[in-house]
Design a binder for this molecule. Structure first.
Ligand SMILES: Cc1cc2nc3c(=O)[nH]c(=O)nc-3n(C[C@H](O)[C@H](O)[C@H](O)COP(=O)(O)OP(=O)(O)OC[C@H]3O[C@@H](n4cnc5c(N)ncnc54)[C@H](O)[C@@H]3O)c2cc1C
Length: 391
């Protein structure tokens, strides 16, 4: 006998739980919902950062925020003032706890923890049949936020692979006022590599090594670079490891668009959740969750992540094409991008809030030649992607 429900959410990670929080706020108007999630316990497995004012979704969960950030390439250093939309950090533990509280507060939502979808969902008599390791469900609608296929070369224009550790150093070595967003000091000439440092106090920081490359890299691949990056910060001083985090995010070429069956929608990182040029996904997922819950409340068909406007897609793809074809130019490009007079421009662009005037300002700040060379191939690629998404 299968459990009958109105809505099944496959995956209780960032996207699944963000939607659950929005649905919980609907009170009695929330459809009967089951979230299927393999984990039985949520660990503090990551931090989410984004630029946002106090009014940004879930900004109240921020455990840290910074008003200044730095990008460094060789001797060129640029500081970005982001006081108007601080760079905020949410600890996964706080996000998961808030989501679990919201779910517990609405009896119409059930978290089926310790359950994993084990077979491809099937539609029979207008109901989706979903089998897990423990039981089976029948649902009118499904939102699938499970991760896509494993990262592999060709699956994205570039992969953003990163590995980091949060440490307590015995002495004060960090500047808690300034995030090192991209430090190319330890750059590898064959790939785009930088260090990212989130200083939580003068003695505590999350230090990550990030690589943008057509080939996805594991934490083991990045281990030596991470060791060097940490050494460069702590100068040989003793430190204690608090936790580690790693990930591989897609940058470009992720299919988005209208679902083939409006009763089965994909969402999350691998389904249009990640911004192609940055891999940032948290705020896009929050916006999607808010819109999706509003549609559910209004009785409208479900919606996955809406494809970005053509101009934004073209800008992202152009930038990625230049990075892909000329990786050695990346440090100088990022310094130029963040070093322009109106620093807020690039932050709006990265936060999906840029205007055409912002796009023009960004283009003007960058060297023309490599971008002009990539325009024909980029336009072809974007048009191909849009046709594929609309099919
Ligand atoms: C370490 C790390 C740090 C990041 N930092 C940032 C950041 O600072 N800013 C930003 O914007 N983005 C960041 N991201 C990117 C993005 O925001 C996250 O990856 C986010 O968690 C994506 O949400 P999601 O729901 O798509 O995937 P997840 O949160 O990974 O959720 C997917 C869920 O599916 C479940 N699942 C898997 N298999 C099954 C199955 N068979 N059946 C049912 N469920 C299943 C998983 O257990 C998981 O809970 C980061 C990513 C990582 C990995």
């Amino acid at each position: 006998m299968s459990t009958d429900t109105a809505l099944l959410i496959l995956g209780g990670g960032c996207a699944g739980l963000s939607l659950a929080m929005q649905l919980a706020a609907l009170g009695r108007d929330c459809p009967r919902t089951v979230i299927i999630e393999p984990r039985t316990e949520y660990a503090n497995d990551r931090t989410w950062c984004f630029w946002g004012s106090a009014a940004a979704p879930l900004a109240d969960l921020s455990c840290h925020q910074w008003s200044t950030m730095m990008v460094r390439a060789g001797r060129r250093i640029t500081f970005v003032d982001c006081a108007a939309t601080p760079y905020r950090m949410i600890a996964a533990a706080d996000f998961y706890a808030a989501a679990l509280r919201a779910i517990a507060g609405n009896a119409r939502i059930t978290l089926a923890a310790g359950e994993r979808v084990t077979a491809a969902p099937l539609k029979q008599d207008a109901r989706w049949q979903v089998t897990t390791n423990r039981t089976s469900y029948a649902a009118t609608t499904v939102i699938d936020t499970r991760p896509g296929p494993p990262a592999q070369q060709g699956g994205a224009t570039l992969w953003q692979s990163f590995s980091g550790i949060e440490i307590d150093c015995d002495e004060a070595v960090f500047d808690p006022a300034c995030v090192d967003l991209m430090d190319f000091s330890l750059a590898d000439p064959d790939r785009i590599q930088f260090t990212y440092v989130l200083p939580l106090s003068a003695q505590r920081a999350l230090i990550e090594v990030t690589v943008f490359d057509p080939m996805p890299l594991s934490a083991a691949d990045l281990a030596t670079s991470l060791e060097q990056a940490v050494d460069a910060r702590v100068h040989g001083l003793p430190y204690q490891l608090r936790r580690s985090e790693q990930g591989i995010l897609p940058m470009g070429s992720v299919p988005t668009g209208a679902p083939h069956d409006p009763t089965y929608v994909h969402a999350g990182l691998g389904n249009g959740g990640a911004r192609p040029s940055s891999g940032y996904a948290f705020q896009r997922i929050q916006r999607w969750a808010g819109q999706c819950a509003a549609r559910i409340a209004a009785g409208l068909p479900l919606q996955g992540h809406v494809a970005d406007p053509f101009l934004l897609q073209a800008m992202d793809q152009l930038f990625l094409s230049v990075l892909q074809s000329q990786p050695a130019s990346a440090p100088a490009l990022f310094v130029a991008l963040f070093g322009q007079r109106d620093g807020a421009r690039v932050l709006r662009f990265l936060s999906d809030e840029g205007s055409p005037a912002d796009y023009l300002g960004l283009i003007a700040a960058l060297p023309a030649r490599p971008f002009l060379q990539q325009i024909p191939a980029t336009l072809q690629r974007v048009l191909r992607q849009r046709r594929a998404a609309a099919a």
